[in-house]
Design a protein around this ligand. Structure first.
Ligand SMILES: NC(=O)c1ccc[n+]([C@@H]2O[C@H](COP(=O)([O-])OP(=O)(O)OC[C@H]3O[C@@H](n4cnc5c(N)ncnc54)[C@H](OP(=O)(O)O)[C@@H]3O)[C@@H](O)[C@H]2O)c1
Length: 264
């Protein structure tokens, strides 16, 4: 059990990708870690991070369920969480009418329900202590309609909006809320979302280490939001002024099945 004088960070979705890099940022900044993912690979992440000198506890829990979230909250055993990095999330490609209920509802349950569940539990404790930092991994996808990724983009629009609202609801509490909004990032995300036959799935992407560093620094400074990288900042700015019909078509060109490099 983590029981030192170092502050404790909880990082969800820390087995791979952006979450693993966020955990690395926390570790280098002097946090002990509780890391969470749904699959046993989280223990490999624990070994990697522990080898670098941090005290790391790893838990397998399905954060798409209230039970999985409760399991993690119970594992904290009342210890104060200095930083919650709510990062676990899944994508899903293809047209909505062609997706199965089990697949799209899991996107909603993981990205929205599970994220909010844990934030509420840990956030209440932070508010009572009048200190704490919350980082939510939203996405620039939340700024545009996700043609061929409709449920995912909708879930990220929810998280982006929720993050800004929560930040202001608790602005006098000593707890800060930061929204990390990456663009396309080189992780297992696109393979898991069955999007390797799409342009966005096969194009060059940002490195997860770069994205995580931007998010971590913003969280540390108590900033409200950070869009990782200038190209993504441009894309977000365009999405704010261009009609939704246009951005929906732009998204189709990136996410339509059969648009990937190998399919050309
Ligand atoms: N990659 C991108 O282009 C991109 C862009 C914008 C935002 N994001 C967001 O960044 C976050 C991290 O994604 P990533 O790109 O790093 O992808 P990734 O490499 O696929 O990592 C996703 C992480 O979330 C965990 N996870 C998924 N479902 C879970 C569940 N039900 N319970 C517990 N853990 C679960 C995964 O663990 P298991 O393998 O154990 O399930 C994994 O650790 C997500 O919220 C994603 O939406 C990604």
């Amino acid at each position: 059990m983590v029981d030192t004088l170092r502050p404790l960070a909880v990082v969800t979705g820390a087995s791979t990708g952006i979450g693993l890099e966020l955990a690395g940022c926390c570790m280098r900044d002097g946090y002990d870690l509780v890391i969470v993912a749904n699959e046993p690979e989280i223990h490999a992440a624990q070994s990697k991070l522990s080898a670098l000198g941090a005290t790391v506890e790893a838990f397998e829990a399905d954060l798409a369920t209230p039970e999985g979230c409760e399991q993690i909250y119970a594992a904290l055993k009342g210890r104060p969480v200095a930083a919650l990095l709510a990062n676990a999330g899944v994508g899903l490609g293809k047209g909505f009418l062609d997706q199965e209920f089990e697949a799209w509802s899991r996107v909603v349950d993981t990205n929205v329900m599970g994220t909010l569940y844990l934030i509420q539990k840990i956030g209440r404790d932070m508010r009572a202590r009048r200190e704490g930092k919350i980082l939510i991994t939203g996405s620039i996808a939340g700024f545009m309609p996700g043609t061929y990724q409709a449920v995912y983009n909708g879930s990220k629009a929810f998280l982006d909006s929720f993050s800004f609202a929560l930040r202001h609801e608790i602005k006098e509490s000593g707890v800060t809320v930061t929204c990390l909004m990456p663009g396309a990032t080189e992780t297992e995300f696109f393979a898991r979302a069955d999007m390797l036959d799409t342009k966005v799935g096969t194009d060059e992407k940002d490195s997860p280490a770069f994205v995580a560093k931007q998010g971590f620094e913003a969280m540390k400074n108590g900033e409200g939001q950070v869009i990782a990288g200038w190209k993504n900042k441009m894309q977000a700015a365009i999405a704010h002024v261009v009609p939704s019909d246009v951005t929906a078509e732009m998204h189709a060109k990136m996410a339509k099945p059969g648009t990937g490099k190998s399919a050309a």
